[in-house]
Design a protein around this ligand. Structure first.
Ligand SMILES: Cc1cc2nc3c(=O)[nH]c(=O)nc-3n(C[C@H](O)[C@H](O)[C@H](O)COP(=O)(O)OP(=O)(O)OC[C@H]3O[C@@H](n4cnc5c(N)ncnc54)[C@H](O)[C@@H]3O)c2cc1C
Length: 505
């Protein structure tokens, strides 16, 4: 059990549970507005899924590859500016962020015009469909941005009607694609199965997601990588919290949200101590927030049932390797590679170690500080089931024993062999190895089943509110509006702060 931080006061305006990017952004905005803020984080460092870890002199992100909105004037750039943090963060522009490679192709993800040109050469029977699809991707991005800003939670009845009108009459592409899964859309709009498989690997999203999810990402104009890796980004936000007078308590697990008369009034920590607050913002897993920290007795049975039955986004298997290789001399430049071993959409992110696509990341080429001189980082990632081999043969009490290690070692070896088709001789140059399973992701962040992006964003998914059934309790992060990704949770954190501020005025 981590030690509790003894330096906290017993009363704050706001306690934020969890120092993911959503929680940190929320805390930084509230502190900037003069509120007394405590962010309680169970781990020894801030960032949640946006952290990095060190092994033998190598720095690895916990899966993060690239994000959007940080170009000059982009929404993330503006958000950093509002917090006075713009000069504290540097980004590497990625053009393209990734390439999609298969047995007989190697295509740049961006610019979309280049990808479209290559695909049209490969699939002449789908020329018109390819043009339409990429135009629609860009349109989906701008329509979604227009719909999501400002957050519907912050609008009055007139504003909400305005959003509805915008959706009905000015968002034809969101309407066209949002109601179908990406798999269905690909089948409907493209003739060639192989083309569908290539397009299914545009981003590391399950093809069962609403088609608008991958489409909106590729429609962004630019992609960035934070210099220093994902931890650097989280550290900038935590410095922002402190710069504005907020407090960040690490190694501080919240075990309960205190409720009085249907209203959140504070939190309880792992050691039983209590901290009072006028508002509580939860940046943690939604099931944990409501079923454990709040408790079913404060919730309707319908709400509890929904929490238990709702589908989660998929977790991943991540193999992080420190290697003594000169990747640059081998022709790599830090562009990630999505390596497709199958021409079937269902294999792409299907969790079969023999067939699934591999996301190959070489971040030390983007930022040499990630590896000792003369060495490099290589990470292999693929979507992988939480319940693989009877929950990875973990013990009844959740601990992981010899069988667990054997399963993950065997899987990692298979993925490394597969990756050698892209990075020859990889297995002979490994000087350090770390394997993270869905259980690892869950253990470190308490995200249910290691879900990477919160709830599963399927077609016709519901618009989630950051308000909760408990008064003065709000949510921030990827379990609520507008969804998963660093960009989205930062917006979510700012929205949560605005909701609290609106309430106080
Ligand atoms: C493998 C992987 C790859 C990804 N790749 C990308 C990418 O390339 N680009 C991108 O934009 N997004 C990516 N994402 C998604 C993105 O990282 C997440 O959507 C986002 O970081 C989630 O942020 P969050 O604020 O919701 O909280 P989280 O990151 O989930 O953080 C929650 C925090 O709460 C803490 N906590 C939990 N319970 C408690 C408690 N009881 N008390 C105190 N603290 C608690 C946790 O320790 C954690 O620090 C990826 C995610 C994964 C897992």
């Amino acid at each position: 059990m981590p030690q509790q931080n003894k330096g906290m006061k017993n009363q704050y305006d706001v306690v934020v549970i969890g120092a993911g990017i959503g929680g940190l952004t929320c805390g930084a905005f509230l502190a900037k507005e003069g509120m007394s803020v405590l962010i309680a984080e169970q781990q020894s460092k801030p960032g949640g899924y946006c952290t990095s870890f060190l092994r033998n002199g190598f720095t690895f992100n916990v899966g993060f590859d690239f994000f959007v909105g940080a170009e000059r004037g982009g929404m993330f750039d503006k958000l950093l500016d509002e917090l006075g943090l713009k000069d504290e963060m540097q980004f590497v522009d990625l053009a393209p962020p990734s390439r999609i490679a298969g047995s007989d192709y190697n295509l740049p993800l961006t610019p979309l015009e280049d990808l479209a040109a290559e695909l049209k050469k490969m699939f002449p029977g789908d020329v018109q469909n390819i043009d339409t699809f990429f135009q629609d991707c860009k349109a989906v991005t701008s329509e979604i941005l227009a719909l999501a800003e400002p957050s519907p939670d912050l609008l009055g009845i007139g504003g909400k009607i305005g959003v509805m009108i915008k959706f009905l009459f000015k968002s034809p592409n969101v309407k066209k694609y949002g109601g179908q899964s990406y798999r269905e859309a690909l089948k409907k709009y493209f003739k060639e199965p192989k083309l569908r498989a290539i397009l299914a690997s545009l981003d590391h999203y399950d093809p069962g997601w609403a088609a608008t999810e991958p489409m909106k990402v590729v429609g962004f104009p630019a992609f960035q990588y934070p210099r220093g890796g994902s931890q650097a980004l989280a550290d900038v936000f935590s410095n922002g919290v402190k710069k504005h007078g907020g407090e960040l308590a690490l190694k501080s697990t919240i075990t309960k949200i205190m409720v009085e008369n249907g209203k959140a009034v504070g939190v309880q920590l792992g050691d039983g101590s209590r901290v009072n607050a006028r508002y509580v913002v939860s940046n943690v897993d939604a099931r944990q927030t409501f079923l454990q920290l709040i408790g079913e007795k404060y919730l309707t049975s319908k709400f509890v049932k929904e929490l238990n039955n709702e589908r989660l986004s998929a977790p991943v298997l991540l193999v992080s390797l420190g290697v003594d290789m000169d990747l640059k001399a081998m022709g790599f430049d830090g562009t990630s590679i999505v390596y497709n071993r199958s021409d079937n959409v269902d294999d792409v992110w299907g969790g079969d170690p023999e067939k699934c696509s591999l996301w190959i990341m070489m971040h030390s080429l983007r930022d040499p500080s990630h590896a000792p001189a003369g060495k490099a980082t290589v990470q292999l990632m693929t979507q992988f089931p939480y319940n693989y081999m009877d929950y990875w043969k973990r013990e009844m009490n959740g601990t992981r024993g010899k069988e667990y290690s054997e399963i993950k070692d065997a899987l990692a070896s298979k993925l490394i062999v597969a990756a050698e088709e892209v990075v020859p001789q990889l297995s002979k140059h490994i000087v350090c190895k770390d394997i993270a399973t869905p259980l690892t992701f869950e253990r470190y962040t308490s995200n249910s089943e290691g879900a990477c992006y919160g709830w599963f964003p399927g077609p016709k998914g519901k618009l989630r509110s950051q308000k909760t059934p408990i008064k003065n309790l709000y949510q921030a992060g990827h379990w609520t509006f507008p969804g998963g990704s660093i960009f989205a949770v930062a917006l979510s954190g700012r929205n949560a702060a605005r909701l609290v501020l609106k309430d106080t005025r």
